[in-house]
Design a protein around this ligand. Sequence first.
Ligand code: NDP
Length: 446
Amino acid sequence: MDPRVQQFMAMIKSRNPGENEFHQAVQEVAESLIPFIEENPKYKHAKILERIAEPERTIIFRVPWLDDKGEVQINRGFRIEMNSAIGPYKGGLRLHPTVNLGILKFLAFEQVFKNSLTTLPMGGGKGGSDFDPKGKSDNEVMRFCQSFMSELFRHIGADTDVPAGDIGVGGREIGFLFGQYKRLKNEFTGVLTGKGIEWGGSLIRPEATGYGVTYFAQEMLSTRGLSLQGKTVCISGSGNVAQYATEKVTQLGGKVVTSSDSNGFIYDPQGIDAEKLNFIMDLKNIRRGRIKEYAEKFGCEYFEGKRPWDIKCDIAMPNATQNEINEEDAKKLIRNGCICIAEGANMPSTPEAIEVYLKAEILYGPGKAANAGGVATSGLEMTQNSMRLPWSREEVDSKLHTIMQNIHTTCVRYGTKENGFINYVDGANIGGFVKVANAMIAQGVV
Ligand code: NDP
């Protein structure tokens, strides 16, 4: 490791003990940025890297709620307000039992660069709770969301901090959170994104991350004269991002052969067509069942406790969670002929897996660039809320498509190496950094 990165990481680790995912995210960025900062000493003198790795504000709070048996339950709520140099804090809320401070800090840190890449005026934040929505009734989820918002409301606002969905937070949860915010503040503002279409939401927001990661894959493929047409695609996850990535890949002529959840994955060599995807959407969004049922319904194979990276594919889209592709998985993917990895999830590849991709010089689109379509469309939802005017489906989709193309162009600009290889990791990290860093310098030592 570069000794400058080593020294910087020693400081990060001693200030943030035990926050492994945060260390991982910061180190990846530091490896791209430290050489760039050496060449641009204004960032070094202003200590931008040290400042950008320290949240502006961290809020941790108690979330008590009553379950259906009348018993008191207690969870922990968080909001990390990471950086507001270029706009209000913006980033999702995650509800999952694994949630802790380190995971949310990694997500908030990534969000700063991602939001900058979108070209829209949004700072970075992230939040959530260790509450597990799985197996809870709608009423329990509502009581939890109301209690969570009863504290969070005093820290957020349409011009301050605008949360959205993430793992475990979809339309149902955003509805409960928004209802409670409106009741406490007595105002109807765009304080959350991912709202229902009848009450301030944007068309295409639910689709945006999945569509965006597919548009980004398309851009990467086009740099090698390739397209999605006829390609076999392995997708992990079966939630929001995975569902709409499956839809868009299929529309663009690719064949998606896998879908997964935290229990296992299904392999459907015929491809998950529109009708089968409808089944997954009903299973996951309404009935809240397990992906295993897909295999029973359509007569294909189900692999319990496994991830789909053994399956031969041209393109892999990890769309479930962090660190879901390790070094061994990455080697298997490449051995099986995979030429492109487009990350719908945040940090789904371990550092060792990324090394394997970069060494093989395949097309590798890291999450902070490839999945930025979700937050970009949240930004478009904020614009529509401010104007109090909705845009059509076509208008939002075309803006999303243009934003993904622009993010790709930025990555090419900052990531192209002497031999012509595009290192999208450097491209996204440096491209996302410059605007935030310049804004921080302009605003003084704050
Ligand atoms: P959902 O909750 O809708 O779906 C998550 C999917 O991943 C589910 O299939 C879930 O399975 C699976 N999953 C979650 N945790 C694990 C785990 N520890 N191991 C294996 N599988 C797991 O979330 P989203 O689709 O919204 O988010 C997926 C990823 O995309 C996350 O990394 C998120 O941060 C990222 N992302 C999401 C954006 C959005 O707009 N929603 C924007 C940008 C990034 P199960 O049902 O069994 O839990």
